[in-house]
Design a protein around this ligand. Structure first.
Ligand code: ADP
Length: 188
């Protein structure tokens, strides 16, 4: 069975961690646009320099840049059995761009990870200290949350209309959340 899935939720919802676990359960790769950008930034590529200028401000990288990068990744052979997209689509234009990229290979489901905002800021500040991510400082976190509610939250409504959306409670122990996610995709 192929599973073409999207997971999304506010910054700090624990998406990255949960995406890895869920994808392992489904034996599919995760594709995280944030991770792809950070890879480019570490390697110092031209794309990495461009992305860094947006990421360090908490803004979205322009769609054209993000889509080209994703298109390349989706051509890798490990995606033939499906994939779990983490961090894309992040605005309503990207929903359409993803439809175009997938063509008749439609999405099977979209999972929204729901968490409360106070928990988010705390988690991200901690991560900033641990991992040294340049976008995990308080001002940038606030901007990312603003961008999320303005640009990414409307994505949920679009997928809800298509009957693809499942919302999962992201609060609680990591294992507990993973179990909820697995139950949600198994039920889809
Ligand atoms: P988080 O969800 O915690 O903010 P990500 O690793 O998903 O972390 O994203 C980090 C940053 O990378 C975002 O704030 C944004 O600047 C950029 N980014 C990631 N995915 C996209 C995307 N689909 N479109 C535009 N920018 C993106």
């Amino acid at each position: 069975m192929t599973s073409r899935l999207v997971i999304f939720g506010p910054p700090g919802a624990g998406k990255g961690t949960q995406a890895e676990r869920l994808a392992a359960h489904l034996s599919i790769p995760t594709i995280s646009t944030g991770e792809l950008f950070r890879g480019h930034m570490r390697e110092g590529t031209e794309l990495g320099h461009l992305a860094a200028s947006y990421i360090s401000r908490g803004e979205l990288v322009p769609d054209s840049v993000t889509v080209d990068m994703l298109k390349d990744r989706l051509q890798d052979p490990d995606t033939s059995r499906g994939f779990l997209l983490d961090g894309f689509p992040r605005n309503t234009a990207q929903v359409e761009l993803l439809d175009e990229l997938l063509g008749d290979k439609r999405l099977d489901g979209v999972i929204e990870l729901a968490v409360d905002e106070e928990a988010i800021v705390e988690r991200l500040l901690k991560r900033g200290e641990l991992e040294g991510r340049s976008d995990d400082t308080e001002d940038v976190i606030r901007e990312r949350l603003r961008v999320y509610s303005e640009q990414t939250a409307p994505v949920a409504a679009l997928y809800k209309e298509r009957g693809l959306l499942t919302t999962v409670d992201g609060m609680g122990e990591i294992d507990e959340v993973t179990q909820r996610l697995i139950a949600a995709v198994d039920a889809q």
